[in-house]
Write a protein that binds this ligand. Structure first.
Ligand SMILES: [Zn+2]
Ligand SMILES: [Zn+2]
Length: 347
């Protein structure tokens, strides 16, 4: 397992960076498709000719078009619960709880937010163009956007006594209060709709979520802003995908470098062993010749001749086999670190 070129942690890092990069790339491609479709989408003027144009179109349906107009409710509009006189067609009421939570890792109180309650109301509405021409907007809640106007925002401060303080100390949570907001798409707001335009059986032009799965947009910005915003988002996903891919490459290079070093070290050791082995053959020859090796004997095993020079101290005190068996690379004579070992050649 030791010479397996990649470690578990590196494997996890590599796996997650590849997975994230793939995911981000997928989102990026999807965004690109949306941007392409937006670039191709014709902006139709909202006037009395629109119904005729649709009538002349085969299938009485235009796949992906842009229309701009002002919001007009068909029946009774929604009234703001908090702001007198505000009327709209989509209303969103949200109650959020804000509290401080003790973060034991960072040793600070951090803000935390939670949606306690949310309610969205909508009434049918039209986009009004020039000369009383209009388009009915279907399924507005399925659309991306619109950013709605905040008509009411109020923070209710939490109040607490002494016993609450003890409770907070024990639980590590301090309630700050509740934020109440009301957002509205107001009657009269200008709206850009991007979707599928149809002429229904009641001969009214209607815009609805595209049946081919393209993104349906309702935006209070103009079309150009919406398009640029989508392009910007695509770019963000592209950058994220690149960063993750680079991180994956970095992990691979890191593992590769370590593996290369391991190989190099083993190769050097192998070379040295061979060199010493060749010398060993010579030593045995000397022994056989009846030469006295006792005063030249290794200080550890006391039998083999001393065969290596330990550097940097330079001591010649042991045979190569004993050097290899040393528990730590430390000279047995002077206790200096052994940085390198070279075979001793006796001519
Ligand atoms: Zn020895
Ligand atoms: Zn030494």
């Amino acid at each position: 397992m030791e010479d397996f070129p990649i470690r578990t942690l590196e494997m996890v890092c590599l796996g997650s960076s590849v997975a994230l990069s793939g995911l981000f790339y997928y989102i990026y491609r999807k965004k690109c498709k949306t941007v392409d479709k937006l670039n191709e989408a014709p902006v139709l003027p909202l006037d009395e000719k629109l119904a005729d144009l649709l009538n002349a179109t085969p299938g009485k349906c235009l796949q992906y078009v842009v229309v701009e107009g002002t919001v007009q409710s068909i029946g009774e509009p929604l009234r703001s619960q908090f702001q007198e006189g505000s009327v709209g067609v989509i209303q969103k009421l949200v109650l959020r709880e804000h509290k401080l939570v003790w973060n034991s890792l960072a040793r600070t109180w951090t803000d935390s937010e939670r949606v306690l309650h949310q309610r969205v109301n909508a009434v049918p509405f039209n986009l009004l163009g020039v000369n009383k021409a209009f388009v009915r907007v279907l399924c507005p809640l399925e659309a991306t956007g619109p950013k709605m106007e905040i008509v009411h925002e109020k923070f209710h401060q939490a109040s607490y006594g002494f016993t609450d303080l003890i409770g907070q100390y024990l639980s590590g949570e301090k309630p700050k209060g509740q934020l109440e907001t009301e957002e509205m798409l107001k009657v009269g707001a200008s709206l850009t709709a991007v979707g599928e335009l149809i002429l229904d059986t009641d001969r009214l032009p209607k815009i609805r979520p595209p049946t081919d799965g393209s993104e349906y947009f309702l935006s209070t910005d103009d079309f150009e802003t919406l398009r640029l915003e989508q392009e910007g988002q695509a770019e963000v996903w592209r950058v994220l995908a690149c960063i993750c891919a680079l991180a994956g490459v970095a992990v691979l290079m890191w593992a590769g470098r370590r593996y290369y070093r391991q190989l190099k070290l083993r190769w050097e050791q192998e070379n040295m062993r061979r060199e010493f082995e060749m010398m060993g053959a010579g030593e045995r020859g000397e022994e056989e010749n009846g030469m006295d090796v006792s005063e030249n004997a290794c200080v550890i095993c006391l039998s083999n001749p001393r065969g290596c020079v330990l550097l940097d101290c330079g001591h010649v005190c042991c045979c190569f086999r004993c050097y290899q068996a040393l528990p730590q690379p430390i000279c047995p004579i002077c206790r200096q670190n052994i940085k390198r070992v070279v075979p001793l050649y006796q001519a």
